[in-house]
Design a protein around this ligand. Structure first.
Ligand SMILES: Cc1cc2nc3c(=O)[nH]c(=O)nc-3n(C[C@H](O)[C@H](O)[C@H](O)COP(=O)(O)O)c2cc1C
Length: 385
């Protein structure tokens, strides 16, 4: 077994295990991947302020987010099709998150259904909903999530259309693939026998668990894209979100906000929080990094909303930087997706443990006793974004 020391190592393990097209679907971003790169570059550009001899003998990583106690300020964000990366992948990840004391957020476009994850997970999880044209279907999904004990709804608003991701186009994942592409994909699957035996051949049929009526097969992104094109409602506006607040008595986190005015609008519709996010660089290529706009948004709405961030988080140091920029907590996407693809539930648990250990060490080197005490003074003034 290869020893993996960092999230980057899990990425390499995932690349080895998965067929190329599937790895690229996880790893890639929209357009020229400028925003994808900016998420990382802007985190890297921040410098932490080392303090010494402050008598910090131990540091606590626990925080409270939307009324829930988390062992560390990290949430497994919604990642579609995770059940294609490892067998019944969402159930595995939910179990790993529960064991680590952090929430798992189930995507609308998951392989495992809400009910399957509820049966597998010993802890309540969060549910992510896309803007869906068929309000009846949306209501049904919300009712199912509520029945499964989900307390927090993540409402994703940055995917009114599906942005072009060049890697997916080249791999024949984003439109109708030619016969040559399909054959190449089949051959690539055969070359990744570990994955082939674990996922397509090893378990129950692969379908979109939550969308059984809407999308019969999950064997390609095409099915998902077709559903997105037909069902996602680009005409929806803030004023239409009253129904959501009425439907959902629990917490609502609006995911995909990058603009101060939009964050204010989220507060206006009665949301409990916003997730500052550019969908991991997978939507508007050229949009700013999430970390660079975070401080502005915290300043504008931080007194009314809980502000979280995602995009490029790959280490405990990154988590500390996000806290220093004002986030209450972070979501991770690819970090857990790579780990799941590499080593299933154990891998996700390992990545969560490594993020927590790195955060703990970082807090001690910053000279603070708890994650909740990290603020802008933890940043070295010279390196700000
Ligand atoms: C493979 C993949 C699938 C995703 N699927 C969804 C999804 O179904 N719903 C959603 O709201 N966000 C989705 N996202 C976005 C993530 O929730 C998150 O915003 C992003 O991955 C954060 O960036 P990071 O991967 O650099 O951590 C997806 C991201 C990836 C990488």
């Amino acid at each position: 077994m290869t020893l993996a020391a960092s999230v980057a190592d899990y990425r390499l393990l995932a690349r080895r295990r998965l067929p190329r097209a599937l790895f690229d679907y996880i790893d890639g971003g929209a357009g020229n991947e400028l925003t994808l790169a900016a998420n990382r570059a802007d985190l890297d550009a921040l410098r932490l302020r080392q303090r010494v001899l402050r008598g910090v003998a131990a540091a606590g990583t626990a925080v409270e987010v939307l009324g829930q106690k988390l062992a560390q300020p990290v949430i497994l964000g919604p990642v579609g099709l995770a059940g294609l990366y490892a067998r019944r992948g969402e159930a595995q990840a939910a179990r790993a998150a529960a064991a680590a004391g952090v929430p798992f957020c189930l995507s609308t476009v998951s392989i495992c259904s809400i009910e399957e994850v509820a049966a597998a997970s010993p802890a309540p999880f969060w549910f992510q909903l896309y803007v869906i044209r068929d309000r009846g279907y949306a209501r049904e999904l919300l009712a199912r999530a509520r029945a499964a004990g989900c307390a927090t709804l993540v409402f994703t608003v940055d995917l009114p259309v599906f942005a072009t991701r060049y890697r997916d186009v080249r791999n024949g994942m984003a439109g109708s693939a030619t016969l040559g592409m399909r054959l190449a994909r089949a051959w690539d699957a055969v070359r990744h026998a570990g994955w082939l035996l674990d996922v397509p051949l090893g378990g129950r049929p692969l379908t979109f668990g939550n969308l059984a009526r809407a999308v019969p097969s999950a064997r390609s992104l095409e099915a998902m894209k077709g559903w997105v094109d037909a069902q996602f409602d680009p005409a929806i506006a803030w004023r239409d979100l009253g129904w959501l607040r009425e439907q959902w008595p629990g917490s609502i986190l609006i995911k995909g906000v990058l603009d101060v005015d939009d964050a204010r609008a989220a507060a206006g519709i009665g949301a409990d929080g916003v997730l500052v996010s550019n969908h991991g660089g997978r939507q508007l290529d050229g949009a700013p990094s999430a970390i660079s706009v975070l401080p502005r948004i915290v300043e504008a709405v931080g007194d009314r909303l809980e502000v979280l961030v995602d995009g490029g988080i790959r280490s405990g140091q990154d988590v500390a930087k996000a806290l220093a920029c004002g986030a209450r907590a972070v979501m991770i996407g690819r970090a857990w997706a790579y780990a799941l693809a590499a080593r299933g539930e154990a891998g996700v648990g390992e990545v969560l443990a490594l993020l927590r250990r790195e955060l703990e060490v970082t807090l001690m080197l910053l000279g603070v006793e708890g994650a909740g005490q990290v603020d802008a003074t933890a940043l070295d003034g010279a390196g700000g974004v």
